[in-house]
Write a protein that binds this ligand. Structure first.
Ligand code: MCA
Ligand code: AMP
Length: 513
């Protein structure tokens, strides 16, 4: 039996080379053609000296090149480091330095963004670019097609073992910088098997995928499920509601669509605006952020089907799912996937709680990651002696076994499915000369679910900073989705006896007025 997803993909390519795997804009890739490019990439990387376990960062938009670089790095024995394309200097320098990436695969814009970081990234030796760069950068660079031409598309390379590291998925923590979640090949395979079994995914499915491949949802649910089952994916560069709706109304619509709640909200709005009435698909899935019961019912009204909500994390991939056959309950995230466990424990005693009582959700099983890259302290804090992983999500399991997520034990804002840690934004705002103190929190937002709000105490001797100036200050340093959408000036911040900012009081103040 195969021990890696890569092995399963290569078997499909050998057995059904002419089967369609991937379409993107006007390009079509059968399993055979995709496997040739993947093999050429892997062989070229090895010829250029990439050794097993070395890190290759992908700082890339959705494209067939992403898929080739991803699978090709794994085939070469490398470890893929996923990087959100919205990331700017602060996030990029940290992730590339912390992972010690030796190579980065990126586009022309990515190469330009990286250029000023040369001195901070001594481990980074060369770049692969998927587009011709206009200006020469500080690193030796090879274009993707030239790299593929260096490799042998017909060779057979040794396959990585299930226990080998496959991916570092960077995920932020409440304190300090983001940490690399170490996912092994066997984690990827176990979770893809669980997901495809639970959702009845077969080789006949066609997935419309507009989620970014640089995060777990698009990559480890969308792409992995497709490759495991030998199905096909219609990959898009990005989500555009009108284009998705058009595809859903087409004569031969996809059978699967996965999205974050913001996407479903925009699809409902677009369908109402245009009067379009798409037929139900085999399956529509929502995840990455809470789907409100209201939106669940709106989707049912417009698309004639009940969305399936599931719950996952970078560290654990997919944890729980509403049933494929059976009742999909709005406001819940369902039960553990087959072969996996989930429970709710008391946050203080860590003892399991009975149905209906709220505590922290813990998970265990073959999908759970190996720990944080070079952070044994953080790893030890996240697991108990029996291997249960602390998710940091608060919730309860009802009498029928459905899990409900009711809150978060850690400070996290989820905006349109992207995670924002207040601390990271606070640190950047605190460096602005007109800011004396700052607190960042998430408030409800109709489109993104939550929005980033900053409460700022200006320095007394300066004119108060303009909200746009502070938003731009963040945008120059961090991903643009982390910038505050609203800046409120205050004379002071409410603090408790220990000096900790009482964000719940700020939240009450801001939502009331
Ligand atoms: C874009 N912008 C945002 C967001 N996205 N602001 C706040 N929150 C966001 N999520 C801002 C940009 O910074 C930009 O601002 C402006 O909106 C336009 O950017 P654009 O890229 O055109 O935005 P969009 O196309 O409207 O994007 C909305 C989106 C996108 C399609 C919903 O956010 C998205 O793809 N979200 C999915 C994220 C995802 O895959 N999450 C899964 C993580 P300006 O113009 O000022 O620069 S994995 C996970 O969470 C776990 C494992 C799980 O369970 O799945
Ligand atoms: P990330 O660390 O980016 O992988 O984000 C994982 C977090 O997203 C989880 O810990 C949850 O807080 C949140 N999440 C994912 N799916 C759901 C969902 N269906 N409902 C509520 N929160 C979710």
């Amino acid at each position: 039996m195969s021990s890696t997803l890569l092995d399963v993909f290569l078997s499909h390519a050998r057995q059904t080379p002419a089967r369609m795997a991937l379409t993107f804009e006007h390009q079509h890739f059968t399993y055979g053609r995709l496997a040739e490019r993947v093999t050429a990439f892997a062989s070229a990387m090895q010829r250029r000296g990439l050794r097993p376990g070395e890190r290759v960062a992908l700082f890339l938009e959705n494209s067939p090149d992403f898929v080739v670089a991803y699978l090709g790095t794994l085939y070469a024995g490398g470890v893929v480091v996923l990087v959100n394309t919205a990331y700017r200097q602060v996030e990029l320098s940290h992730i590339l330095a912390d992972s010690g990436a030796r190579v980065c695969v990126t586009g022309a814009a990515g190469a330009a963004e990286l250029a000023p970081l040369k001195e901070q990234l001594p481990a980074l030796e060369w770049l692969v670019t998927t587009e011709a760069s206009t200006a020469p950068g500080p690193w030796p660079t090879v274009e993707m097609e030239a790299l593929l031409a260096e490799g042998d598309a017909t060779t057979t390379l040794p396959l990585p073992e299930g226990d080998q590291l496959a991916v570092l998925g960077y995920t932020s923590g409440t304190t300090g910088r983001s940490k690399g979640a170490m996912l092994r090949h066997r984690n990827l395979l176990a979770n893809a098997r669980a997901v495809t079994e639970a959702w009845g995914w077969t080789e006949w499915d066609r997935l419309l995928l507009t989620l970014p491949l640089f995060h777990t949802h698009g990559l480890m649910v969308g792409l992995h499920g497709t490759l495991l089952t030998g199905a096909s994916v219609d990959l898009r560069r990005r989500f555009v509601a009108s284009e998705v709706l058009e595809a859903l109304c087409a004569e031969r619509p996809p059978t699967l669509f996965f999205g974050v709640p913001t996407m479903y909200g925009r699809l409902v709005e677009e369908a109402r605006r245009t009067g379009a009435s798409p037929r139900p698909l085999r399956l529509m899935v929502s995840g990455s952020a809470p789907l409100s019961p209201q939106l669940f019912h709106e989707v049912e009204e417009v698309f004639g089907e009940r969305i399936l909500e599931r719950y996952g994390m970078t560290e654990t991939l997919m944890n729980t799912t509403n049933p494929y056959e059976g009742e999909r309950r709005p406001g819940t995230v369902g039960m553990p996937f087959p072969g996996q466990e989930a429970r709710v424990v008391d946050v203080r005693t860590r003892e399991p709680l009975p149905a209906g009582e709220t505590g922290e959700i813990e998970v265990r099983g073959p999908h759970v990651f190996a720990g944080y890259w070079q952070r044994p302290d953080a790893t030890a804090e996240s697991f108990d002696a029996e291997g249960w992983f602390r998710t940091g999500d608060l919730g309860m399991c009802d009498a029928e076994g459905y899990f409900h997520i009711t809150g978060r034990a850690r400070e996290l804002i989820i905006s349109g499915g992207f995670n924002v840690y207040p601390r990271e934004v606070e640190e950047v705002l605190a460096t602005h000369p007109a800011v004396a103190e700052v607190a960042v929190l998430g408030l409800p937002d109709a489109d993104f679910g939550e929005q980033v709000v900053a409460v700022v105490v200006p320095r007394p001797e300066q004119p108060p900073p303009k909200p746009q100036v502070l938003a731009d200050w963040c945008k120059e340093r961090l991903a643009s989705f982390k910038k505050p959408r609203r800046v409120v000036l205050a004379e002071s911040l409410p603090r408790n006896a220990l000096g900790k900012v009482q964000k719940h009081l700020l939240r009450e103040r801001l939502t009331q007025g």
